[in-house]
Design a protein around this ligand. Structure first.
Ligand SMILES: Cc1cc2nc3c(=O)[nH]c(=O)nc-3n(C[C@H](O)[C@H](O)[C@H](O)COP(=O)(O)OP(=O)(O)OC[C@H]3O[C@@H](n4cnc5c(N)ncnc54)[C@H](O)[C@@H]3O)c2cc1C
Length: 441
């Protein structure tokens, strides 16, 4: 069973022209199209498969500030406000709620790290606090264990990965822009050195602005227009269980396993940071820049197989604009979940939370997380191609910060004051071999 996803109906009639074309209908592309539409631009959003069908429906749904890298904290804070505001202004339900995130630990070093982060977060005005043994054991009563300490982020929350991107797409359509599924963008046309059109499998859309929000496909797409975007994807496997477990927190993290309530009353179970690296030609190409990241995370990353080569999302091939591309061959990137990870996750979850014994596994799936060398996304205009805005490499955090990232794209396109300082997300920071500090997962 794949990850659950609400299906929406969209138009098969492409416009001849648009003020902006968004390539990719995940949460980032959807929010970018939404905020551009809200500023009065006509937008066409093209998605090669179904809205939300790749990473944006396959994640845990966490929208967190807790333990965020300093470079991402401002956009995480703004995004929480935007998740709330989107629901109120659009009438659409993304399942967002500030349910609070609970972290439990018996490891002194881990607790020290959380405490340091809480100190830093206070200076940024973020409400989050450490829990002593009594309080954490009370909040984590569903585990039936005592805990040394923990952290609680009361203003953080979760949204529903099965519904969020489709809800934003509906809001785009009802405000007059267009959304087109089963419509891959094959490439870009330029005139006078800047974007003049997006070429899709169903025709050409004239535009001066293209936003590439293609997730794990973004680097191979950039390669077609001579832009070097170092990305590597990590295959992360998770599962869901049915409703029936009583007394569990809505969102709870331990180093062994993390648990999140789903909108159908069931739970998503996952092991934070664990994933498989399926080697591809693209990964070899960028290997030097990813070395610091892999060295830092080698304990949780396992070697994978040929799945990534077969999927084609990290191909080094150049494709023609008048022939089907790898994106039309693989409409939805649906990697095989890692069976040993799924078994381990389920076993750990049952050990940690006995109430889960009342539930049944309903689905297991994997998603390719598009990571940058420093674990911080790329959001900004490509310096070599004016009119092309890149919004990719969300490194496992893009669902929560989707609204802020979409808003930032709209700020860049319209020349408005940016919602957050865009400097940490500059695309050209990877121009040399050196990489900044690697962010935590
Ligand atoms: C298992 C897992 C757990 C995660 N947990 C969390 C979490 O709890 N919190 C969090 O914040 N983040 C989490 N993430 C990360 C988060 O899901 C992603 O960062 C986020 O969804 C990225 O959104 P996106 O729109 O950039 O990419 P995607 O959702 O991958 O969307 C990209 C879309 O672009 C389309 N596309 C690509 N190329 C083209 C083209 N040329 N033409 C047309 N369409 C194209 C693709 O079909 C795809 O639908 C998790 C990810 C995984 C896999």
């Amino acid at each position: 069973m794949p990850a659950p996803l609400s299906q929406i109906e969209t138009s098969s009639d492409l416009p001849d022209r648009a003020d902006a074309v968004v390539i990719g209908g995940g949460i980032v592309g959807a929010f970018a199209a939404y905020y551009l539409t809200m500023r009065g631009l006509s937008v066409a959003l093209v998605e090669k498969g179904r809205i939300g069908a790749e990473q944006s429906s396959r994640n845990w749904g966490w929208c967190r500030q807790q333990n965020r890298d300093a470079r991402e904290l401002p956009i995480a804070t703004k995004s929480l406000e935007l998740w709330e505001r989107f629901g109120a202004e659009s009438g659409e339900n993304t399942g967002f709620s500030r349910c609070g995130l609970l972290y439990l630990s018996n490891d002194g070093r881990e607790l020290e790290g959380w405490a340091r982060w809480c100190e830093f977060a206070r200076t940024a005005g973020v409400t989050t606090r450490m829990l002593d043994a009594t309080e954490v054991t009370r909040r984590g009563a569903a585990t039936g264990r005592t805990w040394k300490g923990g952290a609680f982020a009361p203003t953080d929350g979760i949204a529903d990965p099965a519904n969020a991107a489709p809800a934003v797409a509906r809001a785009i359509i009802s405000r007059g822009s267009t959304v087109h599924q089963m419509c891959a963008a094959r490439g870009l046309e330029t005139q006078g050195g800047r974007i003049s059109a997006v070429v899709t499998e169903r025709g050409v859309i004239r535009t001066k602005v293209a936003i590439l929000a293609g997730g794990a496909w973004s680097s191979s797409f950039c390669r077609q227009v001579g832009i070097r975007l170092p990305l590597a994807s990590i295959r992360s496997s998770i599962l869901s269980v049915s409703q029936g477990a009583k007394g569990l927190p809505d969102a709870m993290h331990t180093s062994a396993v993390s648990v999140t309530k789903r909108s159908d009353g069931g739970y998503t179970l996952a092991i934070s940071g664990r994933g498989r690296v399926d080697p591809t030609a693209q990964q070899l190409r960028f290997a030097a820049q990813f070395l610091p990241m892999f060295l830092r995370r080698w304990r949780s990353l396992l070697p994978g197989g040929l799945e990534g080569v077969r999927s084609g999302h990290e191909t080094l091939d150049r494709w023609r604009l008048d022939r089907p591309t790898p994106m039309e061959r693989v409409r939805i990137l649906d990697p095989t979940p890692d069976r040993s990870t799924i078994q381990l996750t389920h076993r750990r979850a049952l050990e940690l939370l006995p109430a889960l014994g009342e539930t049944k596994i309903t689905a297991a799936w994997a998603g390719y997380i598009d990571s940058t060398p420093d674990g911080v996304p790329v959001v900004g205009e490509a310096s070599s191609l004016p009119g092309l805005i890149l919004a990719a490499g969300f490194s496992g955090h893009g669902f929560g910060i989707g609204p802020g990232s979409g808003h930032l794209v709209a700020d860049i396109v319209t020349g408005a004051a940016p919602i957050v300082d865009p400097k940490p997300y500059r695309p050209d920071r990877f121009a040399g071999i050196a990489v900044g500090k690697v962010a935590d997962f």
